[in-house]
Design a binder for this molecule. Sequence first.
Ligand SMILES: NC(=O)c1ccc[n+]([C@@H]2O[C@H](COP(=O)([O-])OP(=O)(O)OC[C@H]3O[C@@H](n4cnc5c(N)ncnc54)[C@H](O)[C@@H]3O)[C@@H](O)[C@H]2O)c1
Length: 427
Amino acid sequence: MKDAKGKLGVLVIGVGGAVATTFIAGTMLTRKGLGIPVGSITQLATMHLGKSDENRFPKIKEVVPLADLKDLVFGGWDIFEEDAYAAARHAEVLTVEDLDKVKDELQAIKPMKAVFDQNFVKRLHGTWVKVAPTKWDLKEAVRKDIQEFKAKHNLDRVVCIWCGSTEVFTKISAVHETLPALQKAMQENSPEIAPSMIYAYAALEEGIPYINGAPNLTVDMPAIWDLAAEKQVPICGKDFKTGQTMLKTVLSPMLKTRMLGLKGWFSTNILGNRDGEVLDDPGSFKTKEESKLSVIDNILQPSLYPELYENIYHKVCINYYPPSKDNKESWDNIDIFGWLGYPMQLKVNFLCRDSILAAPLCLDLVLFIDLAKRAGFSGIQSWLSFYFKSPMHDYEHIAEHDLFIQSANLKNTLRHLVYPVYLADRP
Ligand SMILES: NC(=O)c1ccc[n+]([C@@H]2O[C@H](COP(=O)([O-])OP(=O)(O)OC[C@H]3O[C@@H](n4cnc5c(N)ncnc54)[C@H](O)[C@@H]3O)[C@@H](O)[C@H]2O)c1
């Protein structure tokens, strides 16, 4: 495996958003020793090495060759011109006191002009956007941005992460099935090509791994899988698994493991940030809804256990409520049943902070996908399913949603990578 020496560029799409600025500012505070990266597996978690009688639990970052936080250089695109400090102040997630400790570094991050199409995000009116005759030309402009960013900061490697708004629901169609069809569609300005696909295409052509933090189709299509294989680039997505869905992927396995039944699951949320405003549009909400709904059926396997999980009523709502800002509140009413079918209920009320939960996932994904690239992995990285609501998979595989199985898969992959080194070190 190539080592992690040199600078790693992190290009964030939606660099002025709540998640992006919380991730970037938090990483800057952490590397200055001014914050604890709570929630980050790469920074805090351990893993077991050796046989079951060996009491060896090193920190992951001590044994896995990950990039050092000091080597990360941030940049990105947004549809608004304000720098990352001003954007973070607007997002109102971190305190002014915290942001001021890294003010200069944040102010130095000035977004590049975005690829934007209002048909895909109805509630936003971008003012800092690229203009070009075709979507193919826009892709070329993004490639140029990447090349200039790399040269300007003397970077060894770059990764790309989508923290942009959720785009309207796009069904997979013929233009997404093959690479020639996708290329033709970009040249002909097809309405089925979303901005996120243009960034992803540009990144992969530049040999840069791509992480999709939103439920958009983006890299979840055969044409892009082919491009990733051709360019030998890792990709992963979709939709960060943070609050309510994280709980679902812990509670559902509990029910199944104990062979307890489920009749219905009603989930609702109130959310007041810009993400909440975008999701207030039915088109964007539909994309999110699809991502949130798939989880329970996949874990409970109703076809194997019809007496427990047939005809579950599963409903998800998101309500935009500005006073809540980034503090999302979710309620879950879960109707379960036990011995002889007797009914019981679970009520869960999670008062979370959306971007505080998402920021550590961004950091881990950036470091892990860079590791994947150096290890020679390419295509869909299913070992990173742990981080996603709707883990990507090709037509031959199924997604794994259970958080603890996902965690085991992630750590097993890391073990597989470090074992040759570990074994060589043993007396
Ligand atoms: N916070 C969470 O817990 C969480 C969980 C899962 C997924 N997500 C997803 O992460 C994304 C970011 O969430 P957020 O709360 O930071 O939202 P946000 O609205 O604060 O940030 C999104 C940013 O993307 C920018 N943007 C929109 N379209 C763009 C384009 N085409 N190019 C460049 N920039 C563009 C917007 O201007 C904005 O600055 C959303 O898609 C959200 O659904 C968030």
